[in-house]
Ligand binder design. Structure first.
Ligand SMILES: CC(C)(COP(=O)(O)OP(=O)(O)OC[C@H]1O[C@@H](n2cnc3c(N)ncnc32)[C@H](O)[C@@H]1OP(=O)(O)O)[C@@H](O)C(=O)NCCC(=O)NCCS
Length: 163
């Protein structure tokens, strides 16, 4: 019986300005140059932004999110992040699937994103979702202390429209 485990699955919902503080906190734990709550708020207020959130089913705390910006029929996934406690449990995959479906419904035909060449976890997540490498930006990311600058890979995936 699947009584255990299923109840603990994070709930997926729309990302809104109300999540800005939590996004900034989560983003700051992952990226050296995190964005402030104000930056997230203004990003989410833009009509071209689309976001999905995953909430801890017990506490309602943000467990992960995905955020994109669109223009015409193209979108860029600006960021996707899962809180450390929730990683490697399929949440990144669920969030990305839902996000791609929402982008397609919004009329988006192609999605791009940039990922650090050394970010094995994210690269595998995107490869499994059908993204392919279409470019490389040399020494694109600012160095972490004691490390060299990191290349960014540009990934692309076509989307199927709703009809
Ligand atoms: C990338 C990230 C969103 C993945 O979230 P997640 O919830 O752990 O992803 P999933 O559990 O759905 O894993 C999907 C696949 O990604 C790969 N993966 C995830 N974590 C991994 C790790 N630590 N090492 C290697 N592969 C990993 C695996 O192929 C995994 O499939 P598997 O578990 O069947 O082997 C998460 O690691 C994260 O938030 N990282 C920090 C933020 C970040 O780098 N975002 C991307 C910016 S471009």
């Amino acid at each position: 019986m699947a009584l255990f485990g299923t109840a603990a699955r994070p709930l997926l919902t729309a990302l809104t300005g109300a999540h800005a503080e939590a996004c900034a906190a989560l983003h700051g734990t992952v990226f050296a140059q995190g964005w402030s709550a104000l930056e997230f708020e203004s990003l989410m207020a833009a009509p071209v932004t689309l976001g999905d959130a995953a909430l801890d089913p017990r506490s309602g705390v943000l467990a992960g999110f995905a955020l994109s910006r669109g223009a015409a029929r193209e979108a860029e996934i600006v960021t996707i992040a899962v809180a450390a406690d929730w990683r490697r449990r399929g949440l990144g995959t669920r969030l990305l699937d839902r996000h791609l479906r929402h982008l397609a419904l919004a009329g988006c035909a192609v999605v791009f994103l940039e990922v650090g060449a050394g970010n094995e976890a994210a690269r595998r997540l995107y490869a499994a979702a059908g993204f392919v490498e279409v470019g490389r930006r040399k020494a694109y990311y600012a160095p972490k202390p004691g490390l060299a600058r990191e290349d960014a890979l540009v990934l692309r995936r076509a989307l199927q429209g709703p009809g």
